[in-house]
Structure formats: structure tokens, C-alpha cells
Design a binder for this molecule. Structure first.
Ligand SMILES: Cc1cc2nc3c(=O)[nH]c(=O)nc-3n(C[C@H](O)[C@H](O)[C@H](O)COP(=O)(O)OP(=O)(O)OC[C@H]3O[C@@H](n4cnc5c(N)ncnc54)[C@H](O)[C@@H]3O)c2cc1C
Ligand SMILES: NC(=O)c1ccc[n+]([C@@H]2O[C@H](COP(=O)([O-])OP(=O)(O)OC[C@H]3O[C@@H](n4cnc5c(N)ncnc54)[C@H](O)[C@@H]3O)[C@@H](O)[C@H]2O)c1
Length: 458
């Protein structure tokens, strides 16, 4: 049985960069992947969805072309071209990732499903059922997450879609029902509405994106409603059936409703891929939700085993999985370990306008009893948004009244994710809000609205 200095389970957003970092130390690495190189982000997540979001944005802009003085005779959506474009990007990104791994002679890529036989030995089962074993001095688990499918009567017997399978459609759904108004639900709802589908979101919560402040949710709801997307809240789907279309028997505050549609997307969250890893053969512990328990350096209760990314319960974003690789690497192989404890977690939801978020929002500051002052600037007052006619959304910030430092921000705006990064830099650098209020920022950019935003703080 071959022994490696390091074994990495899963070639995802942590596993790939980690394997490369370790190999640069001159150590031997086995990278085990059960499906395809690249993990969720490249194959089923960020890259394909954002490619399709771009197709949908073109459709949206074209639908508004006359407002800008371009008169088009007609246009139509070809879902097969949308999918082909998405497939091309996935192949490009996956191919690039795989090529750079394969040319690294210190990394052995082993295709198959990995599971612990004991805390040092990994069993690999190939697609054809062949079994082999390797051992590792250090082992890193990066097996990601998968869609959570709720147990609802009849659902399993229907051709429901997940975030992965919906991207394979070659026809535009007539009426897309979406269970779950989280980030996945929102991105696909607006995308397919722009492709021409009627879209209805059904969520058991009382509002969209309930982790965001109420004014953020209201603004997104308004934007969705203007684009013709229907929403139904406090709604518990009790039964699903399919016969030439879906029927969702749903308990709502108004009683039982039958909701009908041509397609159903289940976007009710994701669960960690930890169930089939043979962890019972080790002393690695799981949380009650199935995440692998780690400390702030991503070390599990077995000192030579680390867990990273979605499976470790890290904030479920690609850039965080990528940063986890840095944390685990520093702790396992270097002197200057970095803790995940103080890490700022920015994210950007690719609805239009984008929702960029970092640090504390108002409801979190209130729940934690943290004193704050807040400021808000509506994008309809920004010169730049008027020029490009993209006036929806707002910039919002929370600051510490004493130190004047930024505690958190929500940027719901055209290119909100890009603006967010400038605030992240300010937070990391300790730049105070009064400095930003008077900073000369290039005109006419979206970023110059940060002057106005900071001027609104009270
Ligand atoms: C539709 C969608 C859109 C998203 N959009 C964004 C976005 O815009 N921005 C963002 O930051 N995040 C986004 N995310 C989240 C992001 O994709 C994940 O947080 C990120 O990919 C997690 O990385 P990871 O390294 O933990 O796991 P993954 O990248 O999922 O990698 C895990 C790998 O482990 C493999 N594996 C699993 N079990 C085994 C086993 N037993 N043996 C061997 N291999 C195994 C899997 O096949 C997979 O390749 C999105 C997710 C989805 C689903
Ligand atoms: N742009 C991005 O960064 C991006 C985009 C998409 C996804 N992601 C990642 O993927 C993860 C998963 O996304 P998600 O949207 O599936 O999960 P989520 O946790 O964000 O939202 C799930 C939603 O489903 C609802 N729900 C749960 N059970 C339900 C039921 N039985 N009936 C009706 N509604 C139900 C919940 O109330 C919630 O609103 C996110 O946490 C996110 O980190 C990130």
C-alpha cells in the first residue's frame, strides 16, 4: 500500500489549491475525486450559473433596448444556445484546472470515491467497482455539499429539478415553480423569468432571504415583483404530484392551495457530503447537521485530519473554501497559522442588481447588542445609475459610533459585488467612514456614491 505525505479527498475549491501548495513543499500528494475535477463551483455552481445569468441579462437589456433608442424588430430566446455557452465555460474552466493539476508530477490524481478504512487508510472505489487502498501522513477532507431534498409526499416520484439539472434544460419552462427563496432560488428565478418563463417562488419562511435586513428583502421583493415573479411565503408544500405538469398541494395562511406549473426546481438548501466517508472508522466528529467538526484551524478531533470548505460548515462560498486551503496549509505545514475566527465573509448574490454583503447587518448587530450607526443611499439618486438607467437598490452601511470603523455593509446595486470589495479593503485597513465621506473618488462612477453613503450616517 502506497503512503503519501498528504491525501486530499475531493478536487474542489479547497482541495485543488491545497494539493498544489503541499506539492510545492516537495511532498507527495494523492488527490482523490469521485466525479470530475473542479467541484461544485466550476461544474454545477458559480461558473455555470453566472454564465447563464449573463445570458439572461442580455435578454433583459434587449427587452429594454427601445428605452435606450435601439429599436429591434423582434428577438427570441434559444435555450439550447444558452446551455451550449454554459457548457463551453464549464469545459474551459474544468479543462484548465485539470491541465494544471496533471502537469504537477508530485500530485497523483486518483479517480474514485474515497472513504476512511481507518484513520490513516483511505479506500478508493472506482466507477467500475475496483477497490484500492492508500495511506496518508496527513489527510484533508474537502468533499463539499449536495442539494437537500425535503421529504415531501410524492416528490421523489416526480421529475423535479435541482440546481444542477435545471442547467441542462434545452427548452424554456412555461411555468417554473421554485421551492426555496434562498440564493439559489433567487438567481434561477430571475434568470428564467428573463428567459421568458412564468416563475413562482414558494418558501416556508415569512420572507425572501431572511438572513438579510428587512429593507433589503423588501427592495428585492419589489424588484422581483416588477419583473413579474410571483412569491408565496409561509407556505409548506405537503404533497407533490406530476402528470403533464406539477401540482404542489401547499398549506398556506389562506388554507390549502394547489399550485400548478410545468417544471419544479427544489432549492431548499444544501447538506454536507459527509455521510459516506467512513468517518465512523475514525475519531472525527460530526455536528448534529452532519458538518465535520473542526477548530479554528480546520483541524478535526484527529490531529492529522483536517476538513475544509462546505463539508466543514465554513460559509458556503467558493472564496471561503479557497481561503480554508490557506488556513489548513499554514496550520499543517507552516509556523504562522491563521485562524478562521476573525475572517470577514463577503459574498455576492448574482441577482440584478447584485446583492453584495459583508460583516454585520442591522438585524445581526441588534441581535448581538452591538452599538452601531447606519447610513443608506438610494441608487436612484446616483448620477451614474441614472446615466445607465439602472436605478434600483441602495448602498447601506453600519459603523461603530466610537471608532468610526465600518462594521458591515449591504450593496444592492449594479455591480454591487465590485463596490463591496472596496468596502472590504476599507474594513481590513481600518479606514473610517468620515475619511471615505470626503475621499475624492473618480467621477462619474458607482463607487463615488460611497461619499454620499458615508455622508448619510447618523
Ligand atoms: C447553484 C450554485 C451556485 C453557487 N454560486 C456561488 C457563487 O456565485 N459564489 C460563491 O462563492 N459560491 C457559490 N456557490 C457555492 C460554492 O459552489 C461552494 O461553496 C463551493 O464550491 C464549495 O467548495 P468545496 O471545496 O467545499 O466543495 P466542492 O467544490 O463541492 O468540492 C467537493 C468535491 O468533492 C468530491 N467528493 C465528494 N465526496 C467524495 C468522495 N467520497 N470521494 C472523492 N471525492 C468526493 C465532489 O465530487 C467534489 O468534486 C454556489 C453553489 C451552487 C450549488
Ligand atoms: N452567489 C452566491 O454566492 C451563491 C449563489 C447560490 C448559492 N450559493 C450557496 O449555496 C447555498 C445553498 O443555497 P440555497 O438557496 O439552496 O439555500 P438557502 O439556505 O440559501 O435557502 C434555502 C431556502 O429554502 C427554504 N426552504 C427550506 N425548506 C423548504 C421547504 N420544505 N419548502 C419551502 N421552502 C423551504 C428556506 O426557508 C430558505 O429560504 C447557499 O447557502 C449559498 O452559500 C451561493
Amino acid at each position: 500500500m502506497e503512503n503519501y505525505d498528504a491525501i486530499v479527498l475531493g478536487a474542489g475549491q479547497s482541495g485543488m489549491p491545497l494539493a498544489k501548495k503541499i506539492s510545492k513543499l516537495g511532498l507527495s500528494v494523492a488527490l482523490i475525486e469521485k466525479r470530475v475535477i473542479g467541484g461544485t463551483c466550476i461544474n454545477d455552481g458559480c461558473s455555470p450559473t453566472k454564465t447563464m445569468v449573463s445570458s439572461a441579462r442580455v435578454a433583459h437589456i434587449v427587452s429594454r433596448a427601445a428605452d435606450f433608442g435601439t429599436i429591434l424588430p423582434h428577438y427570441r430566446i434559444d435555450q439550447r444556445i444558452v446551455k451550449k455557452r454554459k457548457d463551453h465555460i464549464v469545459e474551459l474552466f474544468r479543462g484548465g484546472a485539470e491541465k494544471s493539476l496533471r502537469k504537477n508530477e508530485s500530485i497523483d490524481i486518483l479517480m474514485g470515491s474515497a472513504a476512511f478504512k481507518d484513520s490513516r487508510t483511505i479506500q478508493i472505489t472506482s466507477d467500475t467497482g475496483e477497490i484500492s487502498f492508500i495511506s496518508g501522513t496527513k489527510i484533508f477532507i474537502n468533499t463539499g455539499s449536495e442539494p437537500r431534498i425535503p421529504e415531501i409526499e410524492g416528490l421523489a416520484d416526480t421529475p423535479y429539478l435541482t440546481s444542477t439539472t435545471i442547467m441542462e434544460l434545452e427548452e424554456t419552462p412555461e411555468h417554473l415553480l421554485i421551492m426555496g427563496g434562498g440564493y439559489i432560488g433567487l438567481e434561477f428565478a430571475q434568470m428564467f423569468s428573463r428567459f421568458g418563463s412564468k416563475v413562482t417562488i414558494i418558501d416556508r419562511a415569512e420572507r425572501l432571504v431572511h438572513k438579510e435586513d428587512e429593507d433589503v428583502c423588501k427592495e428585492i421583493s419589489q424588484i422581483f415583483s416588477e419583473e413579474g415573479i410571483d412569491t408565496l411565503f409561509n407556505a409548506e408544500v405537503r404533497k407533490v404530484s406530476y402528470q403533464d405538469g406539477f401540482k404542489l398541494t401547499t398549506e398556506t395562511p389562506k388554507g390549502l392551495l394547489d399550485i400548478k406549473g410545468s417544471h419544479l426546481l427544489v432549492a431548499t438548501g444544501r447538506i454536507p457530503s459527509s455521510a459516506h466517508l467512513g468517518l465512523e472508522n475514525t475519531r472525527v466528529k460530526l455536528t448534529d447537521k452532519g458538518f465535520i467538526q473542526t477548530d479554528d484551524f480546520l483541524q478535526t478531533s484527529e490531529k492529522h485530519i483536517y476538513a475544509l470548505g462546505d463539508v466543514a460548515g465554513s460559509a458556503p462560498f467558493t472564496h471561503i473554501a479557497y481561503h480554508d486551503a490557506h488556513i489548513a496549509f499554514q496550520h499543517a505545514f507552516k509556523e504562522n497559522a491563521v485562524s478562521k475566527h476573525e475572517r470577514l465573509v463577503p459574498y455576492c448574490v448574482f441577482i440584478d442588481p447584485q446583492l453584495g454583503r459583508i460583516g454585520l447587518n442591522e438585524q445581526e448587530a441588534q441581535a448581538k447588542g452591538i452599538p452601531y450607526k447606519t447610513g443608506k443611499f438610494l441608487m436612484k439618486h446616483a448620477g451614474r445609475t441614472l446615466e445607465v438607467d439602472e436605478t434600483r437598490g441602495f448602498f447601506k452601511v453600519q459603523v461603530d459610533p466610537e471608532s468610526k470603523k465600518i462594521l458591515g455593509a449591504t450593496i444592492l446595486s449594479l455591480d454591487g459585488g465590485e463596490i463591496l470589495a472596496t468596502l472590504q479593503m476599507a474594513m481590513v485597513g481600518g479606514v473610517t467612514y468620515d475619511t471615505i465621506a470626503t475621499l475624492p473618488i473618480a467621477h462619474p462612477t458607482l463607487a463615488e456614491s460611497l461619499n454620499n453613503l458615508m455622508g448619510q450616517i447618523e
